[in-house]
Design a binder for this molecule. Structure first.
Ligand SMILES: [Ca+2]
Ligand SMILES: [Ca+2]
Length: 233
């Protein structure tokens, strides 16, 4: 590889890295009004903790008009809690929820999704409020950052009064981890919003490497064209 080509490649790599770092964020919604991305987007979900009295399962569902269809389960409890009602029915990874506790799901562009927490006979509550038709579209999930976790823990045993302030994870999803926590409508509709808690973080797409490969291919082609031209002249 000659120096000229090397420096051109280095410049391309730098420009591509810069492009990757400064690429504009694509519009998306990720909260109680629905989940939809403009581009295919992979999100890493991690089970954090549960505090509901049911044996619940969190899944991802597609929403087409009013039809809700389950796509996949993310995390399923094998029992209602680690140890009965101790620690507010606490369910932990490795005890109530088995496996790695980490699942990556790829949301397809422009498809509308919702998360749903299924709790046996108690029914399913959705993160998209309008889909909770059995309860007049009530909010059953909260979306927020680390301040949400602190706020939830402060009111562990009672109604979470601040739920209405945590409806949108859009701001934090691209920059870090979003916390999502559900109320399962059990225990006399206590609305504690700590019955099932996960975190969600966007997984960076390998856009920079793809860009680099295209840039590299383009340079090689340009070099060949230049050589071919030289031969002709
Ligand atoms: Ca609870
Ligand atoms: Ca509850």
């Amino acid at each position: 590889m000659n120096n000229k080509l090397l420096s051109a490649l280095t410049a391309t790599a730098a420009a591509t890295a810069l492009l990757g770092a400064t690429a504009p964020a694509h519009a998306f919604s990720f909260g109680t009004s629905g989940i939809k991305f403009q581009e295919d987007t992979s999100v890493n979900f991690k089970f954090k903790e549960s505090h509901g009295g049911f044996t619940s399962s969190l899944g991802i569902y597609t929403v087409n008009d009013s039809t809700i269809a389950k796509v996949t389960s993310l995390f399923s409890e094998t029992k209602s809690s680690d140890n009965g009602d101790s620690n507010e029915w606490k369910g932990s990874l490795g005890d109530t929820v088995l496996g790695s506790g980490s699942v990556v799901f790829k949301f397809l562009a422009n498809q509308v999704y919702t998360l749903g927490l299924a709790s046996g006979d108690n029914g399913t509550v959705y993160s998209t409020s309008t889909l909770n038709t059995n309860s007049n579209g009530s909010q059953q999930a909260v979306f927020g950052g680390s301040n949400l976790w602190n706020a939830l823990n402060q009111e562990m045993t009672s109604t979470f009064q601040a739920a209405g302030q945590f409806t949108d994870g859009t701001g934090s999803l691209s920059n870090g981890s979003t916390l999502i926590s559900f109320d399962d409508r059990g225990n006399g509709l206590d609305a504690d919003f700590q019955d099932f808690t996960v975190s969600a973080e966007a997984v960076p797409e390998p856009i920079t490497m793809t860009g680099l490969a295209i840039g590299f291919g383009g340079l090689i082609a340009a070099r060949r064209r230049r050589r071919a031209n030289k031969t002709v002249s």
